[in-house]
Design a protein around this ligand. Structure first.
Ligand SMILES: Cc1cc2nc3c(=O)[nH]c(=O)nc-3n(C[C@H](O)[C@H](O)[C@H](O)COP(=O)(O)OP(=O)(O)OC[C@H]3O[C@@H](n4cnc5c(N)ncnc54)[C@H](O)[C@@H]3O)c2cc1C
Length: 435
């Protein structure tokens, strides 16, 4: 029998991870990315909970350790820059983490590490500047059935399996669900935006969060530093803004910079300096901004026949701290379920793909979506609009820091109690050396 032939749409975190696992069962994999080159951008990500053993299983622990950002901890400051609470980072490689994980890494570095897993693999092709225009698939009862894919450049190709790893706005999901299906993205209110700027000596290596009062919405600005030259600025709101929405819709970078700078140009702390950089400095061209939203698909709809969704495309919950971990683990569970079934019966990949995709959703969905909906109490405490609300937050945070609650409470959420499954069928491939 010819090997399983798979198309993965999206070269972010989940896509290259899946390419790695499928390559270990001898599948022929094409990984397409719509950007003209590897999209190695974004700010700090962290691996938490099962993301730690997952990374070890993938054989990338040393590469991640070598690239990790050594943030000493996270502090809350007041409008004058005075520290109100400080949470040191967790250390020692434990799965349980503080606010700063032991495995903080720049997104670009993690994307490069994941791509390197399959870079020289003869069965895996990385293709850039490519997207899928449409696809159809044969009847599920046809054991030799395929997905017939038409790419934007007019090329056509058949695959046993197509996986949408194309993020929260997934087009694969849109085509798979069909034109009449409702958009499963639900706005939670507000945005998170990130950009880089040149550092000043006063910029701390501690993650530094400042809550800003304002009548319309809760806002916070945070700085992080992973290198001497640059400071990374994070902007968060818990309310929507028409100008930001319009700018996001238009895709115009300078319009988006202006809309966000208008929203955060307070005269407090260092906001003026940060917003001046956002408006004018070339380093800020890496601005990435997204609304807080969740992908909430009805049960049983993470796959349709031979087309399956993973990562944010299946279950995004923007910036909840688990997106990277869940992207990696979901890819592993999907590959493991298919590989286990395919190993038992190699007469046709169809049955293994159809059942494997269902098993993957049954196993992984309860964990990946456990945090959906968030906590309203937590949200309102963490995003105060008034000076009094900010003082309450600082007092509670100072108490939590004093009693080290960040390491005692179940910060890791539902997935902490869940064990990564073992898939002997995935263990057989050759270990790939990561540079
Ligand atoms: C540029 C960028 C920067 C980010 N920065 C941060 C950050 O600083 N902090 C943070 O916590 N999270 C960030 N994220 C989100 C984070 O990476 C994900 O939430 C998480 O890691 C899950 O990964 P994913 O692979 O499912 O999705 P993503 O990481 O979003 O990857 C999806 C990939 O699919 C590609 N793609 C989209 N549509 C198509 C298409 N039609 N055809 C082909 N390819 C397509 C995208 O270009 C992207 O490379 C960022 C995402 C991106 C894309």
């Amino acid at each position: 029998m010819p090997p399983l032939k798979a198309l993965i749409v999206g070269g972010g975190i989940a896509g290259p991870a899946l390419a790695h696992w499928l390559s270990r069962i001898g599948a022929h994999v094409t990984l397409i990315e719509r950007s003209p080159q590897m999209r190695a951008s974004g700010q700090q990500l962290d691996l938490r909970s099962q993301g730690v053993p997952m990374m070890k299983k993938m054989g990338i622990e040393n590469a991640v350790r070598a690239a990790r950002v050594k943030e000493p901890g996270m502090q809350l400051i007041d409008l004058h820059g005075r520290t109100k609470a400080y949470f040191p980072a967790a250390e020692g490689g434990a799965a349980r983490q503080s606010i700063t994980s032991d495995y903080e890494i720049m997104r670009a570095d993690l994307v490069r590490i994941l791509y390197a897993l399959t870079e020289n693999h003869t069965n895996v092709q990385h293709v850039y500047d490519t997207t899928v225009k449409s696809f159809t698939q044969d009847d599920e009862n046809d054991p030799d059935g395929k997905v017939h894919v038409c790419f934007h450049n007019g090329q056509e190709e058949d695959y046993d399996l197509v996986v949408g790893a194309d993020g929260t706005g997934s087009k694969t999901r849109r085509i798979m669900l069909g034109p009449d299906a409702p958009d499963p993205r639900q706005r939670r209110g507000g945005y998170i935006g990130y950009f880089s700027m040149l550092s000043q000596p006063q910029d701390s290596y501690r993650g530094t969060m400042c809550q800003l009062p304002g009548p319309r919405m809760g806002r916070a600005i945070m700085t992080r530093k992973d290198c001497a030259e640059l400071t990374r600025i994070y902007m968060m709101t818990n309310g929507d803004d028409e100008c930001v929405d319009e700018a996001l819709k238009s895709g115009d970078l300078s319009q988006l910079k202006k809309a966000l700078a208008d929203l955060f140009e307070d005269g407090v702390w260092e906001c003026r300096r940060f917003m001046e950089a956002l408006r004018h400095a070339p380093e800020a061209d890496d601005l990435y901004c997204t609304p807080f939203e969740e992908v909430r698909l009805p049960e049983g709809s993470w796959s349709k026949g031979r087309v399956v969704l993973i990562g944010d495309a299946a279950h995004s919950a923007t910036a909840n701290g688990f997106g990277t971990t869940y992207g990696l683990v979901g890819a592993y569970v999907l590959a493991g379920e298919i590989a286990t079934l395919y190993e038992k019966d190699r007469s046709s990949p169809t049955a293994a793909i159809l059942q494997g995709a269902k098993n993957y959703e049954n196993i992984w969905r309860p964990i990946a979506t456990a945090g959906h909906g968030g906590s309203q109490l937590f949200d309102s405490l963490a995003s105060p609009r008034s000076q009094i609300g900010i003082r309450v937050l600082h007092t509670l945070a100072a108490l939590a820091a004093y009693f080290r609650l960040d390491q005692k409470i179940d910060f890791e959420g539902a997935s902490a109690k869940w064990q990564l499954p073992d898939y002997p069928a995935l263990e057989k491939g050759n270990d790939v050396q990561v540079r």
